[in-house]
Design a protein around this ligand. Sequence first.
Ligand SMILES: Nc1ncnc2c1ncn2[C@@H]1O[C@H](COP(=O)(O)OP(=O)(O)OP(=O)(O)O)[C@@H](O)[C@H]1O
Length: 247
Amino acid sequence: MMKNAVEVDRLRVVRGGRPVIPELTWSVPTGQVVGLLGPSGCGKTTLMRSLVGVQRVAGGRVDVLGRPAGSKTLRDKVGYVTQAPSVYADLTVTENLRYFASVVGVRRGALAEQVARVLELVDLTARAHAPVSQLSGGQGSRVSLAAALLGDPQLLVLDEPTVGLDPVLRRDLWHLFGELARGGTTLIVSSHVMDEATRCDRLLLMRDGRALADDTLLGLLERTGTDDVEAAFLTLVDDAAHEEAAR
Ligand SMILES: Nc1ncnc2c1ncn2[C@@H]1O[C@H](COP(=O)(O)OP(=O)(O)OP(=O)(O)O)[C@@H](O)[C@H]1O
Protein backbone atom coordinates (compact mmCIF):
# COMPACT_ATOMS: atom_id res chain seq x y z
CA MET A 1 0.00 0.00 0.00
CA MET A 2 1.19 3.51 -0.81
CA LYS A 3 2.41 5.35 2.28
CA ASN A 4 0.96 8.71 1.34
CA ALA A 5 -2.25 9.08 -0.64
CA VAL A 6 -1.52 12.74 -1.30
CA GLU A 7 1.74 14.67 -1.63
CA VAL A 8 1.65 18.42 -2.06
CA ASP A 9 4.96 20.12 -2.71
CA ARG A 10 5.27 23.90 -2.69
CA LEU A 11 1.79 24.39 -4.10
CA ARG A 12 1.02 27.95 -5.15
CA VAL A 13 -2.44 29.09 -6.23
CA VAL A 14 -3.39 32.57 -7.36
CA ARG A 15 -7.07 33.50 -7.57
CA GLY A 16 -8.42 36.89 -8.57
CA GLY A 17 -4.82 38.14 -8.79
CA ARG A 18 -4.12 37.22 -5.15
CA PRO A 19 -1.93 34.35 -3.90
CA VAL A 20 -4.61 32.47 -1.92
CA ILE A 21 -2.18 29.60 -1.31
CA PRO A 22 1.31 31.17 -1.34
CA GLU A 23 3.35 27.98 -0.85
CA LEU A 24 2.02 24.84 0.78
CA THR A 25 3.78 21.54 1.39
CA TRP A 26 1.67 18.78 2.91
CA SER A 27 1.13 15.05 2.78
CA VAL A 28 -1.77 12.79 3.69
CA PRO A 29 -1.12 9.24 4.92
CA THR A 30 -3.15 6.47 3.26
CA GLY A 31 -6.17 5.17 5.18
CA GLN A 32 -6.60 8.13 7.49
CA VAL A 33 -9.32 10.70 8.03
CA VAL A 34 -7.66 14.08 7.71
CA GLY A 35 -9.52 17.22 8.73
CA LEU A 36 -8.96 20.47 6.92
CA LEU A 37 -9.86 23.18 9.37
CA GLY A 38 -9.73 26.92 9.25
CA PRO A 39 -11.86 30.03 9.00
CA SER A 40 -13.98 30.87 5.98
CA GLY A 41 -11.81 32.01 3.08
CA CYS A 42 -8.58 30.42 4.36
CA GLY A 43 -8.22 28.27 1.23
CA LYS A 44 -9.75 24.89 2.13
CA THR A 45 -11.85 24.63 -1.03
CA THR A 46 -8.98 25.90 -3.18
CA LEU A 47 -6.71 23.21 -1.77
CA MET A 48 -9.37 20.54 -2.36
CA ARG A 49 -9.88 21.74 -5.92
CA SER A 50 -6.13 21.45 -6.44
CA LEU A 51 -6.19 17.84 -5.18
CA VAL A 52 -8.91 16.79 -7.59
CA GLY A 53 -7.27 18.64 -10.48
CA VAL A 54 -9.89 21.29 -11.22
CA GLN A 55 -7.91 24.27 -9.90
CA ARG A 56 -5.41 26.10 -12.05
CA VAL A 57 -2.20 26.18 -10.06
CA ALA A 58 0.60 28.72 -10.37
CA GLY A 59 3.39 26.50 -9.09
CA GLY A 60 4.46 23.39 -7.22
CA ARG A 61 3.34 19.80 -7.53
CA VAL A 62 0.31 17.83 -6.35
CA ASP A 63 0.42 14.03 -6.53
CA VAL A 64 -2.61 11.91 -5.72
CA LEU A 65 -2.33 8.12 -5.37
CA GLY A 66 1.09 8.40 -7.01
CA ARG A 67 -0.14 10.35 -10.07
CA PRO A 68 -0.30 14.05 -10.88
CA ALA A 69 -3.64 15.49 -9.61
CA GLY A 70 -6.31 15.43 -12.29
CA SER A 71 -4.79 12.49 -14.22
CA LYS A 72 -7.33 10.56 -16.26
CA THR A 73 -6.52 7.32 -14.44
CA LEU A 74 -7.63 8.93 -11.16
CA ARG A 75 -11.16 9.60 -12.36
CA ASP A 76 -12.74 6.53 -10.77
CA LYS A 77 -10.35 6.47 -7.79
CA VAL A 78 -11.08 9.91 -6.37
CA GLY A 79 -14.50 11.03 -5.13
CA TYR A 80 -15.14 14.76 -4.66
CA VAL A 81 -18.16 16.27 -2.98
CA THR A 82 -18.43 20.04 -3.30
CA GLN A 83 -20.47 22.36 -1.10
CA ALA A 84 -22.97 22.92 -3.91
CA PRO A 85 -25.27 20.02 -4.83
CA SER A 86 -23.78 18.08 -7.73
CA VAL A 87 -26.75 15.89 -8.59
CA TYR A 88 -29.73 16.44 -10.89
CA ALA A 89 -32.76 17.89 -9.08
CA ASP A 90 -35.29 16.55 -11.62
CA LEU A 91 -34.11 12.93 -11.38
CA THR A 92 -34.84 10.56 -8.53
CA VAL A 93 -32.13 9.54 -6.08
CA THR A 94 -31.76 6.14 -7.77
CA GLU A 95 -31.74 7.62 -11.29
CA ASN A 96 -28.94 9.96 -10.24
CA LEU A 97 -26.91 7.18 -8.70
CA ARG A 98 -27.36 4.88 -11.70
CA TYR A 99 -26.19 7.68 -13.96
CA PHE A 100 -23.10 8.49 -11.85
CA ALA A 101 -22.32 4.79 -11.48
CA SER A 102 -22.13 4.49 -15.26
CA VAL A 103 -19.88 7.59 -15.40
CA VAL A 104 -17.34 5.98 -13.07
CA GLY A 105 -17.54 2.73 -15.02
CA VAL A 106 -19.56 0.47 -12.72
CA ARG A 107 -20.54 -2.64 -14.75
CA ARG A 108 -24.22 -2.85 -15.74
CA GLY A 109 -24.56 -6.11 -13.85
CA ALA A 110 -23.27 -4.52 -10.65
CA LEU A 111 -25.31 -1.28 -10.87
CA ALA A 112 -28.28 -2.26 -8.72
CA GLU A 113 -26.12 -3.73 -6.00
CA GLN A 114 -23.73 -0.72 -5.93
CA VAL A 115 -26.61 1.76 -5.78
CA ALA A 116 -28.27 -0.16 -2.93
CA ARG A 117 -24.94 -0.29 -1.07
CA VAL A 118 -24.27 3.46 -1.18
CA LEU A 119 -27.89 4.31 -0.37
CA GLU A 120 -27.58 2.18 2.73
CA LEU A 121 -24.28 3.84 3.68
CA VAL A 122 -25.79 7.34 3.64
CA ASP A 123 -29.09 6.17 5.13
CA LEU A 124 -31.28 7.15 2.18
CA THR A 125 -32.76 3.78 1.21
CA ALA A 126 -36.23 4.99 2.21
CA ARG A 127 -35.97 7.93 -0.24
CA ALA A 128 -34.52 5.91 -3.13
CA HIS A 129 -37.34 6.80 -5.52
CA ALA A 130 -37.93 10.42 -4.49
CA PRO A 131 -36.95 13.17 -6.93
CA VAL A 132 -33.95 15.06 -5.52
CA SER A 133 -36.00 18.30 -5.77
CA GLN A 134 -38.28 16.93 -3.04
CA LEU A 135 -35.49 16.21 -0.56
CA SER A 136 -34.26 18.40 2.29
CA GLY A 137 -30.91 20.17 1.90
CA GLY A 138 -29.18 17.64 4.14
CA GLN A 139 -30.69 14.71 2.23
CA GLY A 140 -29.62 16.29 -1.06
CA SER A 141 -26.03 16.59 0.11
CA ARG A 142 -26.10 12.94 1.17
CA VAL A 143 -27.11 12.00 -2.39
CA SER A 144 -23.94 13.80 -3.59
CA LEU A 145 -21.94 11.86 -1.02
CA ALA A 146 -23.54 8.58 -2.11
CA ALA A 147 -22.60 9.38 -5.71
CA ALA A 148 -18.98 9.95 -4.63
CA LEU A 149 -18.94 6.56 -2.88
CA LEU A 150 -19.87 4.64 -6.06
CA GLY A 151 -17.14 2.45 -7.49
CA ASP A 152 -15.17 2.31 -4.22
CA PRO A 153 -12.87 5.34 -4.55
CA GLN A 154 -9.49 5.20 -2.78
CA LEU A 155 -9.57 8.89 -1.91
CA LEU A 156 -12.59 10.92 -0.86
CA VAL A 157 -12.38 14.70 -0.81
CA LEU A 158 -15.37 16.11 1.04
CA ASP A 159 -16.00 19.84 1.32
CA GLU A 160 -17.97 20.51 4.51
CA PRO A 161 -20.10 17.35 4.23
CA THR A 162 -21.79 17.80 7.59
CA VAL A 163 -23.03 21.38 7.19
CA GLY A 164 -26.75 21.62 7.87
CA LEU A 165 -27.07 18.10 9.25
CA ASP A 166 -28.61 17.30 12.61
CA PRO A 167 -26.34 15.94 15.37
CA VAL A 168 -27.44 12.32 14.88
CA LEU A 169 -26.70 12.36 11.16
CA ARG A 170 -23.42 14.16 11.75
CA ARG A 171 -22.37 11.50 14.21
CA ASP A 172 -23.43 8.73 11.81
CA LEU A 173 -21.53 10.28 8.92
CA TRP A 174 -18.34 10.64 10.97
CA HIS A 175 -18.78 7.01 11.97
CA LEU A 176 -19.06 6.11 8.28
CA PHE A 177 -15.89 8.09 7.48
CA GLY A 178 -14.04 6.16 10.20
CA GLU A 179 -15.30 2.83 8.82
CA LEU A 180 -14.24 3.74 5.29
CA ALA A 181 -10.77 4.69 6.54
CA ARG A 182 -10.43 1.39 8.40
CA GLY A 183 -11.19 -0.27 5.07
CA GLY A 184 -8.22 1.57 3.53
CA THR A 185 -9.91 4.63 2.00
CA THR A 186 -8.25 7.99 2.61
CA LEU A 187 -10.60 10.85 3.48
CA ILE A 188 -9.94 14.57 3.43
CA VAL A 189 -12.80 16.38 5.10
CA SER A 190 -13.08 20.13 5.48
CA SER A 191 -14.97 21.84 8.23
CA HIS A 192 -15.06 25.17 9.92
CA VAL A 193 -16.55 23.55 13.00
CA MET A 194 -13.49 23.03 15.16
CA ASP A 195 -15.07 20.35 17.36
CA GLU A 196 -15.24 17.98 14.38
CA ALA A 197 -11.45 17.76 14.76
CA THR A 198 -11.91 15.11 17.44
CA ARG A 199 -13.17 12.76 14.71
CA CYS A 200 -10.03 13.04 12.58
CA ASP A 201 -6.76 11.08 12.67
CA ARG A 202 -4.83 14.15 11.59
CA LEU A 203 -5.54 17.84 11.11
CA LEU A 204 -4.34 20.54 8.81
CA LEU A 205 -5.10 23.89 10.40
CA MET A 206 -5.10 26.60 7.77
CA ARG A 207 -5.08 30.36 7.82
CA ASP A 208 -4.61 32.69 4.86
CA GLY A 209 -3.61 29.79 2.62
CA ARG A 210 -0.86 28.68 4.98
CA ALA A 211 -0.55 25.64 7.24
CA LEU A 212 -0.61 26.72 10.86
CA ALA A 213 -0.30 23.10 11.96
CA ASP A 214 -0.22 19.62 10.43
CA ASP A 215 -0.49 17.18 13.29
CA THR A 216 -2.64 14.76 15.25
CA LEU A 217 -5.15 16.33 17.62
CA LEU A 218 -3.13 15.15 20.62
CA GLY A 219 0.12 16.48 19.16
CA LEU A 220 -1.54 19.80 18.48
CA LEU A 221 -2.96 20.14 21.98
CA GLU A 222 0.34 19.14 23.59
CA ARG A 223 2.33 21.54 21.46
CA THR A 224 0.07 24.48 22.23
CA GLY A 225 -0.66 23.57 25.86
CA THR A 226 -4.39 23.84 25.22
CA ASP A 227 -7.29 21.45 25.66
CA ASP A 228 -9.43 22.13 22.61
CA VAL A 229 -8.81 22.82 18.95
CA GLU A 230 -10.28 26.29 18.99
CA ALA A 231 -7.88 27.37 21.75
CA ALA A 232 -5.01 25.64 19.92
CA PHE A 233 -5.91 27.50 16.73
CA LEU A 234 -5.95 30.87 18.53
CA THR A 235 -2.62 30.12 20.23
CA LEU A 236 -1.06 29.31 16.85
CA VAL A 237 -2.49 32.49 15.31
CA ASP A 238 -1.01 34.55 18.18
CA ASP A 239 2.35 32.76 17.91
CA ALA A 240 2.45 33.44 14.17
CA ALA A 241 1.65 37.13 14.78
CA HIS A 242 4.46 37.40 17.37
CA GLU A 243 6.91 35.74 14.98
CA GLU A 244 5.85 38.11 12.24
CA ALA A 245 6.30 41.13 14.55
CA ALA A 246 9.74 39.93 15.69
CA ARG A 247 10.98 39.70 12.09
N1 LIG B 1 -13.50 32.33 -8.11
C1 LIG B 1 -12.67 33.03 -7.34
N2 LIG B 1 -12.02 34.12 -7.82
C2 LIG B 1 -11.19 34.85 -7.05
N3 LIG B 1 -10.93 34.56 -5.77
C3 LIG B 1 -11.56 33.52 -5.23
C4 LIG B 1 -12.45 32.70 -5.97
N4 LIG B 1 -12.91 31.73 -5.16
C5 LIG B 1 -12.34 31.93 -3.97
N5 LIG B 1 -11.53 32.99 -4.00
C6 LIG B 1 -10.71 33.53 -2.88
O1 LIG B 1 -9.78 32.53 -2.50
C7 LIG B 1 -9.63 32.49 -1.08
C8 LIG B 1 -9.83 31.08 -0.59
O2 LIG B 1 -11.18 30.69 -0.83
P1 LIG B 1 -11.69 29.21 -0.50
O3 LIG B 1 -13.05 29.08 -1.10
O4 LIG B 1 -10.65 28.25 -0.89
O5 LIG B 1 -11.80 29.28 1.10
P2 LIG B 1 -12.48 28.26 2.11
O6 LIG B 1 -11.53 28.11 3.23
O7 LIG B 1 -12.90 27.04 1.40
O8 LIG B 1 -13.75 29.08 2.60
P3 LIG B 1 -15.21 28.53 3.11
O9 LIG B 1 -14.97 27.85 4.42
O10 LIG B 1 -15.99 29.80 3.25
O11 LIG B 1 -15.73 27.63 2.04
C9 LIG B 1 -10.63 33.49 -0.52
O12 LIG B 1 -9.92 34.65 -0.16
C10 LIG B 1 -11.57 33.78 -1.65
O13 LIG B 1 -12.00 35.10 -1.61
